[in-house]
Each structure stands twice: as structure tokens, then as C-alpha cells.
Write a protein that binds this ligand. Structure first.
Ligand code: CP
Length: 312
């Protein structure tokens, strides 16, 4: 992509892996403009008036689904939303048939969450629409990483040079991989922290620091991104009990207050209060968890707007 271009280098958003640093900067700068729009009394622009978007969710979601739906409405797109649990998928319809049937109704863009890694890439090769990955299994969650980077940039002015510790269940997390790739492209230093069993072996090859001691990770970082234990993706036991995990890796106010500096606390949600983070931390002034959610709408508006302008 040429410098100062107002177009993304990709037709789809399948993962942070496919975005250049310039693409990410363009998304964040465009999101700045949309965040301004969202502060106005009339929070709506006509940018995607001729675009139809289908949101197809094969996995549960609160934040991502509502945030995409709201972003689409704010951009004046026409939208349809589809939950696999109440669809003909339960009668045996394939993913390609399902999406092609939706596309036959003249849909331009598909926002998809799917339990299988690579589902978005697969779809992008088989259907004639732009695909936005809203989370594919334990692989990538690109818009979460973009809104996380936007929130760090909003807090500190720049992501470059910041030290970010991603703490918890790295093994089953799509947020972790997308955050690592996005933060590194923007010049941050990244550490992962958790029990050995929840840190995948390949992670060192990504150039991140690895730490198993929570206090050391917290003392190192400017920002701690606390991840949920994803019990729904765990087919074996990775630690003795949630209580024991919480004792070793749970962040409480006593630990937070014992640090020499004031760090920022992030969480992609949903939070398991009392497991990875206590309520007094989640609701503290140091936590920017609801800012992340607020920023998600502006960032997703930016992604949809830029993709709609990158297809030619
Ligand atoms: N952060 C996130 O993806 O939350 P949801 O699963 O509620 O969309």
C-alpha cells in the first residue's frame, strides 16, 4: 500500500497477519474520525448506504455481535443477522451453502464468527463477498486486537514503546495471537504470562517474552490484558482447579496496589469475576474495559468503511 493511501491493502479482514502496519494505522486514524461522529447528537453517517452486510454467528457473542450491528447501523448499511443455533445449519446445511443462500439475497459483506480456525479464510476462497473475521476458533480476533490497540493509543498517545503483558489462557485465545501481531506491528513490546500448560510452544517464535510469575509480569508491563480461562475449549484439565488458578494468576486489588507504578488493566470480556480478575480491579479507575467496548464501535465502523472502499 502506498504511503498516505486511504485504501486498505486487503479485500477481506481475515486476520491481523494479513494487515500491514500502514493498514493498521489507517484503521486507527479512521476510527478517530468515527469516534468523533459517535460523540455527536446524531451518530449516523450515510457512508455505507448502498451496502448490505450479513452478520453470521456460529458461536455466542455479546460485545462483537452488538458492536458490529451498531457500527453497521451508524454507517447506514442494510443488515441481516443470523444465529446458527436458530437456522437451517441444525438440519445439516453446509457453511458454503448457508452463506451462498444469504448472498443470493444480494449481500455485499459477511461478518462471521465461527468455532473453527480458518473458517473465514475458507469462506473467502469459496464465496463472492468480502469477509470480516469476528473470531475464528482459537486463531484470530482481528477487530478485538484493533480496538485494544486503539484503546492503548488513546490512553498513552502511542502504542510504540509500550510494554503489554497478555495474561491467562493464551493457548485457547484468539485475542492473544491477534493482539501479539497487532501490538508488535505498532512497535510495542509484548509478554505472555500464564501456567506452562496454557502457553503454546510456538509462542516464543513470535518474539514475545514468556513469564510464568504474575507479579514479575505486572512489574514489567505498562498494560496488563487479562484473559478469561476458556473452559468451553478445554477438553482436558490444564490446571488443578479454578481456585488454584485464581490464587496463582488472578489479579486482585491488593496485588495491583503493591506495584511500584500505576498500570492499565484491560480485558476483552466476558469477565469471569473472581477468577482472572476481582471486581475491585475490574471496576477500578485503572481498568479501561468499558472504554475498549466503546471504542469497538468506532473501530468496526472504520474496518467496514475501509473494506467497502478497498474492493475495486
Ligand atoms: N470480546 C469478545 O469477543 O466478546 P464476545 O464474545 O461477547 O463477542
Amino acid at each position: 500500500m502506498a504511503e498516505n493511501s486511504s485504501k486498505l491493502s486487503t479485500k477481506h479482514l481475515l486476520g491481523i497477519k494479513d494487515l500491514s502496519t500502514e493498514d493498521i494505522q489507517l484503521i486507527l486514524e479512521t476510527a478517530d474520525n468515527f469516534k468523533d461522529v459517535l460523540q455527536r447528537p446524531i451518530k449516523k453517517v450515510p457512508s455505507l448506504r448502498d451496502i448490505t452486510i450479513a452478520n453470521i454467528f456460529f458461536e455466542n457473542s455479546t460485545r462483537t455481535k452488538l458492536s458490529f450491528e451498531l457500527a453497521e447501523k451508524r454507517l447506514s448499511a442494510d443488515t441481516v443477522s443470523f444465529a446458527a443455533s436458530s437456522s437451517s445449519v441444525s438440519k445439516g446445511e453446509t457453511l458454503i451453502d448457508t452463506v451462498n443462500n444469504i448472498l443470493a439475497m444480494k449481500v455485499d459483506m459477511v461478518v462471521m464468527r465461527h468455532p473453527h480456525a480458518g473458517a473465514g479464510v475458507f469462506l473467502s476462497k469459496h464465496v463472492n463477498a468480502q469477509i470480516v473475521n469476528a473470531g475464528d476458533g482459537a486463531h484470530e480476533h482481528p477487530t478485538q486486537a484493533l480496538l485494544d490497540a486503539f484503546s492503548i493509543r488513546e490512553k498513552y498517545g502511542d502504542v510504540r514503546g509500550k510494554k503489554v503483558a497478555i495474561i491467562g489462557d493464551i493457548l485457547h485465545s484468539r485475542v492473544a495471537l491477534s493482539n501479539i501481531l497487532c501490538l508488535q506491528k505498532l512497535g510495542a513490546e509484548v509478554m505472555v504470562c500464564g501456567p506452562t500448560t496454557l502457553i503454546p510452544k510456538y509462542i516464543g517464535s513470535l518474539g514475545v517474552k514468556i513469564e510464568h510469575n504474575l507479579l514479575k509480569a505486572l512489574n514489567w508491563c505498562d498494560v496488563a490484558n487479562m484473559l478469561r480461562i476458556q473452559l468451553e475449549r478445554q477438553d482436558i484439565k490444564y490446571f488443578p482447579s479454578l481456585r488454584e488458578y485464581s490464587m496463582m494468576y488472578g489479579l486482585n486489588k491488593q496485588i495491583l496496589d503493591s506495584l511500584d507504578k500505576e498500570i492499565t488493566i484491560m480485558h476483552p470480556g466476558p469477565i469471569n469475576r473472581g477468577v482472572e480478575i476481582t471486581s475491585d480491579v475490574a471496576d477500578s479507575k485503572q481498568a479501561i474495559i468499558l472504554d475498549q467496548v466503546e471504542n469497538g464501535v468506532a473501530v468496526r465502523m472504520a474496518v467496514l468503511y475501509l473494506l467497502a472502499n478497498s474492493k475495486d
